[in-house]
Design a protein. Structure first.
Length: 332
């Protein structure tokens, strides 16, 4: 193919592409050059099309990633707002709680408070008093929805990334060969530092897998391309769930429908059973020991009591928890 025919074919393809965008009434939003290479004239090779005007704004041209010579395009897009259920994004910060005051639970005369009550009433009374102190002396924090930096990247690498971005900005203002070469040197250093940080973090995860497997599996979930998410559930009455409790209740009701109902008429009665009833002895020393060995990095259970709260107040809550466990009306 001759050079003239080649350029003629390229021109025909470009004309057809332009005509197609005009037929579809597409709007091109990239106004500056997107490809930079030393010794070459900057060119515009990347495009962002939209079907309407003013839905794309604040187009930014950031420093290239890795060894690429194309800039990173960032923009804001206006989409249809979908009403989402409002969840409470405030959580208790148990790491900054005033446990000195919460430990005053040991001054309560639990024997008097629990007098004449069953296990359920005793537990609700204990939970009410613990929650009243928790609300007063455990500060709250709002969960941050902003995307955080990678956990494995070091502060030194972040500093050099900012240095690379500044060098790229200086080159764009004054496109000289010396500045471009300087930007390439910093870029290569940053790429190597990022690889080293990732490799070192992965090695630590593997070495500490036995002691902290949750961190390893959490990292594996984060690097997955396709992630499994739980969609919003619909209750039997047709309304959507608005809380975690409604979600758990809906799932429990659904799973109960697939259970097989067994015929219990042929089961031996308690009087004819040859097995002895299991008796469990609770004492304050064993309860205290269990509380002191709780893992504070675990999430609270359905009762909403965090392990950090129980561990830091172990000496104050040992007596009421032992009394509740020893109550003969407790269901095992």
């Amino acid at each position: 193919m001759s050079l003239v025919k080649f350029f003629h074919q390229i021109t025909r393809l470009c004309t057809g592409f332009l005509k197609k965008t005009q037929d579809l009434f597409l709007i091109q939003n990239v106004m500056c050059e997107t490809r930079f290479r030393s010794g070459s004239v900057p060119s515009k090779l990347d495009y962002v099309f939209s079907s309407e005007e003013n839905i794309i704004s604040d187009m930014e041209y950031e420093a290239p990633l890795g060894n690429s010579d194309h800039v990173v395009l960032c923009w804001r897009i206006t989409v249809v707002h979908v009403q989402q259920p409002e969840y409470n994004n405030t959580k208790f910060n148990f790491w900054k709680a005033d446990y000195a005051i919460i430990n005053e639970l040991h001054t309560i005369n639990w024997q008097t408070e629990f007098s004449g009550k069953g296990a359920e009433a005793m537990w609700m009374l204990f939970k009410e008093k613990l929650f009243s102190l928790m609300v007063k002396y455990v500060p709250r924090r709002c969960s941050n929805k902003r995307k955080k930096k990678s956990v494995w990247i070091s502060a030194r690498t972040v500093k050099n990334i900012k240095r690379r971005n500044n060098a790229w900005s200086h080159y764009k203002k004054c496109p000289l060969t010396t500045k471009y070469n300087n930007c390439k040197v910093i870029r290569n250093e940053v790429n190597q530092m990022i690889r080293n940080d990732r490799n070192n973090y992965q090695k630590k995860l593997i070495q500490n897998f036995r002691n902290c497997p949750k961190r390893f599996y959490g990292y594996i979930r984060n690097v997955q391309t396709v992630k499994n998410t739980v969609c919003q559930l619909i209750m039997p009455n047709g309304s959507c769930i608005n809380s975690d409790k409604e979600a758990s209740d809906t799932l429990c009701e659904y799973f109960q429908t697939v259970f097989t109902t067994e015929d219990i008429t042929t089961c031996p009665s308690e009087a004819t059973s040859s097995h002895d009833r299991i008796t469990v002895q609770f004492d304050e020393k064993s309860v205290l020991r269990k509380l002191q060995h709780l893992k504070v990095d675990k999430s609270p259970g359905p009762d909403g009591i965090h392990p950090a709260l129980l561990k830091n107040c172990a000496s104050a809550v040992t007596k009421p928890l032992t009394a509740i466990s020893k109550n003969p009306t407790i269901l095992v």
